[in-house]
Write a protein that binds this ligand. Structure first.
Ligand code: EPU
Length: 418
């Protein structure tokens, strides 16, 4: 197993370059198999979630070439095989293959996907979408068998703007007969990235980025190129690091508009932020004001930044309230923050954070990806040594976190342990 060791209190300065977005890349790769020609995805991050998807691609028989951060995929001669459960369970995004295979072959067998254990995370909206397109869904224990003679466009209203269901319905409907409309669609930038890629293959999707997406089914998808958008959550995590312990820390290669909800909150705290079209420069906030934050779908405050933000809240003057509205179990980081010196009460889906409280280094555990990011931030700020165990969760989603943080002045090491 792997853990990260951090000697806290080092000022972070210089430039950190943001990688391609995990949550885009993990949808673009399964989308690639819908094409009957070679496709190129550039700016793919080097993270373990991508390795897991590559394993699935190879298992299905796709040819993959890598040139730097470019992934060149040719799925012309793949086989529609059942993906082993152990592989599906490695990550949430494995179920995007379920939709691409269904869209391409009108038949798929697949197991329930994995992902961070931050809530129940049902997939009922995706299944509702498949059924609306005319598919039969047979669910037996953990396994789904889904098939249709023909997929036919339909109007699908999502009960909540689910990112996964929106992507899944787009993938399944892109080659369906006629028009599909997804109402109450998620509006995350990652959805736009996927729709743009599919359109570059020849799909006819409009409205991505709004809550109403129209898909005119096409019969053939071909050559395509796309670039993964910058990772807004990775960017947000390092911006929070800058607010905690930065000195003119530049977070580069970002789309600031994608993290406007975070930047507005940091301005409310009193952070001095310089925003350029592709970067943010931020320093440690002095006498920062407590804030209230509620997580929402895009363009609201992202749930994925809620845990990293909680570390900053411990350093603000007064009581902050953070409300999580997306997941039922996304406060597993709090017991460790408290152990490091934070004053935090959990009250249902809210936490009350009283600050400022000094943080001290401890041995803690990353229970999920963003909980791990929260604890890395706490370790960077804390006095003394912090050891974060189970760091594999973090390596799933943050490219070269140790290298990037070392380059801007952190004292951080990755090591093996038993
Ligand atoms: N939901 C349902 N039924 C469904 C689908 C969703 O009840 O059929 C509920 C979920 O349980 C959750 C809410 O709706 O309470 C939102 O879920 P959504 O489907 O939007 O999330 P997701 O697609 O599973 C993606 C990201 C998550 C991110 C969320 C919200 C990927 C691979 N994952 O998950 O990322 O938190 O959207 O923005 O894109 C992370 O990166 O740390 C992460 C967990």
């Amino acid at each position: 197993m792997k853990r990260i060791k951090i000697e806290g209190g080092k000022i972070l300065s210089g430039t950190i370059n943001i990688s391609g977005a995990k949550n885009s890349a993990v949808a673009l790769i399964p989308a690639a198999i819908l094409s009957d020609e070679e496709v190129v995805i550039d700016n793919v991050p080097t993270i373990s979630d991508i390795d897991a998807l590559q394993e699935i691609l190879e298992y299905l028989g796709a040819s993959i070439k890598k040139e730097g951060s470019k992934m060149i995929i040719n799925a012309t001669s793949i086989q529609n095989k059942e993906i082993p459960e152990a592989v599906s369970r490695k990550l949430r995004a494995s179920y995007y293959f379920m939709s691409s295979l269904l869209g391409k072959y009108k038949y798929v067998e697949m197991y329930f996907p994995g992902g961070c254990s931050i809530g129940a995370r049902p997939i009922d909206q995706t299944l509702k979408g498949y059924r609306a397109l005319g598919a039969t869904v047979i669910e037996k224990e953990n396994k789904f068998t889904i098939y249709a003679d023909e997929l036919v466009g339909s109007e699908i209203y999502l009960d909540m703007p689910s990112v996964g269901a929106t992507v899944n319905v787009m993938l399944a409907a892109v080659k369906a007969k006629g028009e599909t409309i997804i109402e109450n669609a998620a509006r995350e930038p990652e959805i736009v990235n996927v729709a743009t890629f599919l359109n570059s293959m020849g799909a006819k999707i409009t409205g991505a980025g709004t809550s109403s997406i129209h898909i005119d089914g096409v019969s053939y998808l071909g050559k395509a190129f796309t670039e993964v958008i910058p990772d807004r959550i990775e960017a947000g995590t390092y911006i929070i690091a800058g607010a905690l312990i930065g000195n003119k820390l530049k977070i580069n290669n970002i789309i600031p508009e994608h993290i406007d909800s975070l930047l507005q909150k940091l301005i409310e705290v009193g952070c001095d932020i310089e925003i350029t079209p592709s970067s943010v420069i931020i320093s440690q906030v002095k006498n920062g004001k407590a804030i209230n934050v509620k997580t929402l779908g895009y363009p609201g405050f992202p749930t994925d930044l809620q845990q990293p933000l909680s570390t900053l809240l411990t350093q603000l003057n007064g009581e902050s309230i953070l409300e999580e509205t997306i997941y039922e179990n996304r406060f597993q980081n709090i017991e460790y923050l408290v152990n490091m010196g934070a004053d935090i009460q959990i009250d249902g889906n809210k936490i009350q954070v009283k600050g400022p409280t000094p943080l001290v280094g401890k041995t803690v555990v990353a229970t999920d990806l963003r909980a791990g990011a929260c604890l890395v931030l706490a370790g960077l700020k804390a006095n003394g040594e912090t050891i974060i165990e189970n760091i594999e969760h973090v390596l799933r989603g943050y490219e070269d976190i140790v290298g990037k943080l070392s380059k801007i002045g952190a004292k951080i090491e990755l090591e093996e342990y038993n």
